[in-house]
Design a protein around this ligand. Structure first.
Ligand SMILES: Cc1ncc(COP(=O)(O)O)c(C=O)c1O
Length: 408
């Protein structure tokens, strides 16, 4: 495992940077991951050698660009187990994907009295699109609380899953607690009630092997930039029959077959959802990121993170007055740890860590409902990925101890 890590770590040029005179320790991958040279090179090669708009011209570069874009779609489809590449809609990011489902499906299917069932732990991007649609359709969002450990109590879920629930909206993995939800079981229960299941996979796809068919959900959204890919490319997977009955939310070039003043004929799924010039280089970079992750092996990504998370939990528990949020069992969480230190603000912790070259996140991580529910104003989050080591965690611990010494 250690040899494997060293081989891959050298692929990330940014990790050679010094921050405040210290070696960079990047512990903010849940916000965005760093990019290996293979991804950077794929994007550069696209712009150097193939750049042209897709699906439009009849010239060689246009064909090459279209081929690369559609090959990237196939690559994403096989990575997450889609039935066909046409179930993959390229978007700008997970936020864009979640808005597309809420507006494209929700606006025409939800009505007065219907319920969108979710939890208090969602990222704003997974709940605000539904609040917006519920306001317009007379339906309502209902929030489930989590247990003190940060888990979803399945009895609570079953009791909330009434006939009024039309859609269940959940994060596969929480961006604050790390909790991995049992999506397969959730989908089976929702199906029995005829409710759709929309999963925000932003914090799951980069870390665990995801197969949308075996999960049994209906829509699955994620961003490329958290899984070694470039910023600006996102994915919405949806069941073909559901995508075919959705309305586009971005109208313009590239998403119609014909226009005749007052009428237009939509292009097929997924093109009808991809109006305007797409981020072709982003798609190419995402495909390269998937190749990279496949080469590393998703089972090794997970093993490595369990090793780091177990070690980090053991070490952080030794700090007096530090509280780890979410479950302590690394088997039910991803490789991120959010924590609170009594009497010290998260921004102060993060800035002392930054002075040591350690990048962590502080604040509410776009999960305001969760922080308010836990009655805490903010938390500090350290998130790990394939390029982190046990030594990084030792340095994190030393940095936290320094912050406690200075600020308490
Ligand atoms: C759980 C979760 N959902 C959605 C998002 C939104 O991702 P993006 O900003 O790439 O759209 C994030 C980003 O941090 C996230 O962690």
């Amino acid at each position: 495992m250690r040899r494997l890590k060293r081989k891959y770590m050298n692929d990330f040029p940014i990790l050679n940077r010094k921050i405040n005179g210290k070696d960079l320790i990047y512990l903010d991958s849940a916000a965005t991951s760093q990019k290996p040279v293979q991804v950077i090179d794929a994007v550069t090669d696209y712009y150097k050698n193939h750049n042209a708009n897709v699906h439009r011209g009849v010239h060689t570069l246009g064909d090459e660009s279209t081929e690369l874009y559609e090959a990237a779609r196939k690559r994403v489809a096989s990575f997450i187990g889609a039935v066909t590449p046409s179930e993959i809609v390229f978007t700008n990011n997970a936020t864009d994907s979640l808005n597309l489902v809420a507006q494209g499906w929700g606006l025409i299917n939800l009505k007065k009295g219907d319920v969108v069932l979710t939890t208090v732990a969602e990222h704003n991007s997974n709940v605000l699109p539904w609040e917006y649609i519920c306001e317009r359709t007379g339906s309502g969002v209902e929030y489930m609380e989590l247990t003190d450990e940060g888990l979803l109590d399945m009895d609570v879920f079953k009791s909330k899953l009434t006939d009024k629930v039309k859609v269940v909206v959940l994060s596969h993995a929480s961006n604050v607690l790390g909790t991995i939800l049992p999506v397969k079981q959730i989908s089976e229960l929702a199906k029995e009630k005829g409710a759709l299941v929309v999963i925000d996979g932003s914090q799951a796809v980069p870390h665990i092997q995801v197969n949308v068919q075996s999960l049994g959900c209906d829509f699955y959204a994620f961003s490329g930039h958290k899984m070694l890919g470039p910023m600006g490319i996102g994915v919405l997977w949806g069941r073909r029959e559901l995508l075919s009955n959705m309305i586009p939310i971005r109208f313009g070039g590239g998403m119609v077959l014909d226009v005749d003043k007052k009428t237009y004929e939509l292009a097929e799924v997924p093109e009808c959802f991809e109006g305007g010039t797409p981020d072709v280089a982003g798609a190419v970079g995402l495909a390269a990121a998937i190749d990279y992750l496949d080469d590393y092996g998703m089972e090794n990504v997970r093993k490595h993170e369990i090793e780091l998370t177990s070690y980090a939990i053991e070490k952080l528990r030794t700090v007096k007055g530090l509280w780890i949020l979410g479950p302590h069992n690394p088997d039910v969480r991803t490789g991120l740890i959010s924590f609170v230190i009594d009497g010290i603000h998260s921004h102060d912790v993060a800035s002392i860590l930054d002075s040591e070259g350690i990048a962590v996140r502080s604040g509410m991580h776009c999960a305001m409902n969760l922080h308010k529910n836990m009655q805490i104003s903010s938390s500090t989050r350290a998130s790990f990925y394939i390029y982190n080591t046990l030594e990084d965690i030792d340095k994190l611990l030393a940095g936290i101890e320094k912050a406690v010494g200075l600020l308490k």
